[in-house]
Design a protein around this ligand. Structure first.
Ligand SMILES: *Cc1c(COP(=O)(O)O)cnc(C)c1O
Length: 476
């Protein structure tokens, strides 16, 4: 039988080289150097086991048993297993602050600071003036107060945590009055009624979906009321026959009863965005100035920093919040603080902000940059996609994303790819979308209205060459 196999160029099970022989083979050296003996032995065992099975089932081509062939398969398997799961992608979805793609990108100053905090000891909770123990919030609370006009500030893991902590610290087993028009759900898992329950607070809904009046709040206040709360309608708009009560009026009502008014501002910007040609969004400072006693917002939405939840407001309330055991459970790590401080520093120089704060630079990227880029890349993508597709450079609209300014759109430019053949385009567009997603640096676009849309707003000029290089050859 072995002779018959041999004559056909096939190997039998007893022709398979031993593990020891392979481990000493020259061809395995690179794999051993890259991945270490433990992993190489395990990968070789798997490979040899598969060969043995096939040999018993009828034979394996001889060349597959060469040490070089075994080494190549082993290296490929181990390289694949070692490839990071968290990978860089091109965000051409048109949504600048895309929650599923990691929201805000950090400016260089923040990256340098994180790197330093990662690799050197730092005064995270150490007071350099006294030599005594410090509080990690001290690293950023002065800056937050300066930028928002608040008396005090603290920071936790994200805005959902900030809201949970605020409610538990100030409204455990008491009532929180919220307008029915503001009972938001963000991304499925954050719903105001659920967070309330988890925090131990009782939600008292007032008004209707479209209209809430001052009297609705007033009538809801009772002996068990802990606060009046407003929530930013981050991902929807109530339009038509509507009425809501602004922060100043809710705060006045609350204060008249000796209660705090709190605001979950969601995205929470620190500057007036209209100076950059962007839509109006209430700033944290304006919200505090209007009378809010406590404001919570995200670090990685419009603020343009790391994932974090910021709480700013009255000193006595912040003190109470910091004493709550949940604060310890939800506190941020040093990497977050290392990233947050330089980002907040950038806000001290608003004249440079649109250049230095990555999020704002992307949101304000001028059409005179995006349109020519679309025209340059049109031919590149057309070549890569092949003759079955028609690629056009076209105007489109970007979104800010992450619940900021949900209905406002930013004029942008990009590439629209349509199927050039006859018949239904869906399958062909999905195929192209998949090919782009499987590139070494995946390109993430969006299929809608019988086209694949690639919004180029977030492809900055410095990344264009690498982007085009990936598309130099036709996609498989
Ligand atoms: C985004 C958002 C949240 C959740 O913030 P995270 O930082 O993602 O936890 C909560 N409330 C509102 C109003 C939001 O827009």
């Amino acid at each position: 039988m072995a002779d018959q196999l041999s004559a056909a160029g096939l190997a039998a099970a007893n022709d398979i080289p031993s593990l020891d022989r392979l481990l000493n083979a020259e061809a395995l050296r690179p794999a051993l150097a890259a991945h270490g003996r433990t992993q190489v032995v395990a990968a070789l065992r798997r490979d040899l086991e598969a060969l043995r099975k096939r040999a018993l089932d009828g034979g394996v081509p001889r060349h597959e048993l060469d040490a070089a062939a075994v080494a190549a398969r082993t290296s490929a398997a181990l390289d694949e297993a070692a490839r990071p799961r968290l990978r860089a992608v091109y965000n051409l979805t048109g949504t600048v602050l895309h929650t599923n793609l990691g929201r805000a990108l950090l400016p260089d100053e923040a990256v340098a600071s994180v790197l330093r905090a990662l690799t050197t000891p730092a005064n995270l909770e150490f007071d350099l003036d006294t030599g005594g123990r410090g509080d990690r919030d001290d690293l950023i609370d002065d800056l937050l107060c300066e930028l928002t006009g608040a008396e005090a500030a603290t920071v936790v893991n994200n805005n959902a945590a900030a809201v949970l902590l605020m409610l538990n610290a100030l409204a455990d087993r008491r009532e929180v009055v919220v307008s029915r028009g503001e009972l938001v759900e963000i991304g499925g898992a954050f719903r105001i009624p659920d967070i309330m329950k988890r925090a131990g607070a009782k939600l008292v809904e007032v008004g209707t979906t479209n209209r809430t009046h001052a009297a609705d709040y007033e009538n809801a206040v009772g002996p068990r009321t802990a606060m009046l709360m407003k929530v930013h309608c981050s991902n929807y708009a109530v339009t038509g026959f509507t009425k809501s009560v602004g922060v100043a009026d809710v705060a006045a009502l609350a204060h008249a009863r000796g209660l705090p008014a709190t605001v979950d501002l969601g995205s929470g910007t620190l500057v007036d965005l209209t100076q950059f040609g962007l839509p109006k969004e209430d700033t944290v400072r304006e919200t505090i100035a209007a009378g809010a006693d406590l404001v919570t917002f995200s670090g990685d939405k419009l603020l343009g920093g790391p994932q974090a939840g910021l709480l700013v407001g009255r000193a006595d309330l912040i003190r109470k919040i910091k004493k709550n055991p949940l604060k310890r459970a939800l506190r941020v790590g040093k990497l977050t603080l290392a990233a947050l401080e330089p980002v907040l520093q950038l806000y001290r120089a608003p004249e440079f902000l649109a250049q230095r704060l990555t999020t704002l630079r992307l949101l304000t990227r001028p059409m005179r940059d995006i349109q020519p880029q679309a025209e340059r890349l049109r031919g590149v993508l057309a070549h890569a996609a092949g003759p079955s597709y028609a690629v056009e450079a076209v105007p489109m609209f970007s979104q800010i994303g992450s619940g900021a300014l949900p209905i406002d759109q930013l004029p942008s430019y990009g590439l629209a790819v349509r199927y050039a053949g006859s018949g239904r385009p869906g399958r062909h567009l999905d195929r192209l979308e998949t090919l782009l997603r499987r590139l070494p640096v995946p390109v993430i676009g969006r299929v809608a209205d019988d086209a694949l849309w690639l919004d180029l707003r977030c492809l900055e000029d410095r990344d264009e060459a690498a982007f085009a290089a990936q598309l130099a050859e036709p996609l498989a």
